[in-house]
Design a protein around this ligand. Structure first.
Ligand code: CAA
Length: 260
């Protein structure tokens, strides 16, 4: 895997991806978006034995401080449409990724950075993390799904306040409001994410994938989540891992899942 702005480290089925533009607080320029698209849509699905992904930012200050504002010059309506659609496409491929993706947030997660963290399945924040959608300060609204996903995590009233004031919330408030799953000491966010993924990796991988698909269906207007659950449930019943899980329970032993 070869990227200009991402570093990757693959060990024990867990891929740690670091967005590597610390001088620009890991802002999402076009190259970084292209790298993320290649990783989530082409390379990572092909990784043998992949069980989960941790997404984090390089340096001590930021997860991602947003879309790269230096690329905004000369942007017209068509450019805005293209930019937003491209972001949606990439962020949906993270949200719909077949393995769990955790955002390890060790600092600013602003604008497109908060949106990127929200497209991941879980968020582990360090005590220094700050979340926000400051686009109104630039005369913009979020373009990478922020107006929709923020409501899903924290509710309409809180989302509207964050979106309209541009205020940041700290890690503790993010935890209290359901945006962060965990708050850990600064510097421990990647380790904690790996710990969670290691726990999930012991479960039946197909069942984990189908859990992601069923939960996502709740938020997709063209799908009925309950109907989707019926379909996904039937598919999990049709696996060797289901037979193994049920047999192990009845035989009072630990299940050994193979992913089949
Ligand atoms: N784009 C490009 N460069 C950025 C950036 C961004 N989003 N955020 C920070 N940087 C750069 C700064 O320009 C600065 O570069 P130089 O050293 O070359 O001047 C460097 O990163 C360090 O930043 P600061 O000196 O500003 O650091 P600070 O500690 O004083 O402030 C901050 C940190 C509060 C995060 C501040 O950098 C900031 O407000 N950044 C912009 C945040 C923002 O508005 N994000 C939303 C972008 S729009 C968007 O994301 C739209 C969308 O939904 C698609």
């Amino acid at each position: 895997m070869n990227y200009k702005n991402l570093m990757t480290d693959y060990e024990n089925g867990i891929l740690v991806v670091t967005i590597n533009r610390p001088k620009a607080l890991n802002a999402l320029n076009e190259q970084t978006l292209n790298d993320l698209r290649q990783l989530f849509q082409e390379d990572a699905p092909e990784l043998k034995g992949l069980r989960g992904v941790v997404l984090t930012g390089a340096g001590d200050k930021a997860f991602v401080a947003g879309a790269d504002i230096s690329e905004f010059t000369g942007l017209d309506a068509q450019g805005g449409l293209d930019m937003s659609q491209k972001g949606h496409d990439i962020f949906f491929s993270i949200e719909r990724f077949f393995r769990p993706v955790i955002a390890a947030v060790g600092g600013y997660a602003l604008g497109g950075g908060c949106e990127l963290a929200m497209s991941c399945h879980l968020r582990v924040a360090s005590e220094k993390a700050l979340f926000g959608q400051p686009e109104v300060n630039l005369g913009l609204i979020p373009g990478y799904g922020g107006t929709q996903r923020l409501i899903q995590y924290i509710g309409k009233g809180r989302a509207l306040e964050i979106l309209m004031t541009g205020d940041m919330i700290d890690a503790q408030k993010a935890l209290d409001w359901g945006l962060a799953n965990h708050v850990v000491s600064h510097g421990e966010e990647v380790n904690k994410s790996i710990e969670i993924l290691t726990k999930i990796a012991k479960k039946a991988p197909f069942a984990v994938s189908k859990t992601i698909a069923s939960v996502n269906a709740y938020f997709e207007s063209q799908k009925d989540g309950f109907e989707q659950e019926v379909i996904e449930f039937a598919q999990t019943v049709n696996t060797e891992d289901f037979k193994e899980g049920a047999a192990a329970f009845l035989e009072k032993r630990k299940a050994v899942f193979t992913g089949k």
